[in-house]
Design a binder for this molecule. Sequence first.
Ligand code: ATP
Ligand code: MG
Length: 404
Amino acid sequence: MKEPFRRALGIIRTLKQHGYEAYFVGGAVRDHLLNRPIGDVDIATSALPEEVMAIFPKTVPVGLKHGTVVVLHDGTPYEVTTFRTEGTYEKYRRPESVTFVRSLRKDLERRDFTMNAIAMDETGQLIDPFGGQQAIAEQVICTVGAAKDRFSEDALRMMRAIRFVSQLGFQLAKETKQAIIEHASLLAHISVERKTVEFEKLMAGPFSAAAFSLLVETNTFLYLPGLAGKRAELQKLSQYEWTALTSPAERWGFLVYLLHVERVSLFLRQWKLSNRLMKDVQTILYALSVVRSFADWTNERLYEIGATAAFAAETVRSLVNGENSTQNVQKLRQRLAALPIQDRSELAVTGKDVIEWYNQRGGPWVAQTLQQIEQAVLAGLVENEKERIKEWLIRWNQTHEKNC
Ligand code: ATP
Ligand code: MG
């Protein structure tokens, strides 16, 4: 058994010792069968949440309504969820409350796709009532049960199907794809936050080209924030090397750029991104506009924009131009490293020094003088060394006075 499962075995064994059933389930089992890196190991059990909490010393009741308790085991948190069915669905969304059941099969039956509906016991034996292993072998994404019913219950599953295409490179099963085409409009009932989680995973997947095409082909894009009028632009997203992008901010920046979004902050707010992420995206877009309008980086602009945003903008710029982003960023990295200073904090003098030298009270002139010094150091007019800067400043003032 692979290490991530082995580390969680204690939880399964303890539950079993107390007379309950317990299995590994979900994405970890799927990824194990695919030989992909295993993410969070989730456990499903016949024990009720309060029973789980009574057994383990360290638990956090994160989602009691949905039957989920986090168990801290050897310092790692694991989600332990009671076998459940989802009862009646409200308005094409996940229900507010669920019904706990004592049967694993029922729990697997409520899961979205057959590849995600496989359980593994503590000996590594698989319980696979819906043909999940075969789907994995055939590389198909197929709903558990009738696709149209499953998408009507929870429309988000359609987005999940397409993001799994992006992550795994699988095909959609024929019936699954057809049902997405027919039920795409139900996505209108889904909260933006849930769509954003899936869309970010979709953009980050190695097979995003296929996924972007599917968003258009199935018309799901019509129900995603700010994308409805962008069919032609979306179609072109498949042409680019998205895997070269290294962060969510770069991916959103690239998306906004390629879609020719006019009101960027409105667009990002529609997706309900965090303030931090929105700011990072805007910085990248600003850097991109600067470098594009000046055709190339200058030392001053590189310095002003700073390493993180400059490298991100360079990655995006390279991809837009069909160039090798890694090489281009490497060149920029060398160029930044060759600058006398990379950041204002590296300047050898402070406002206090300047005030002392002039023997005057502080005021806006201090910041102005520091800026002058910074520009001179950056341009190589003076070495970044206290005494040298002082001499240069005196000389500069003398010339300046004569000229006035
Ligand atoms: P990832 O590797 O991205 O986490 P995952 O398959 O583990 O993929 P999760 O969102 O973590 O996805 O969900 C865990 C499991 O819960 C899934 O494998 C699936 O069995 C089930 N599941 C998640 N969301 C739904 C849903 N909307 N409808 C039905 N089952 C779902
Ligand atoms: Mg998961």
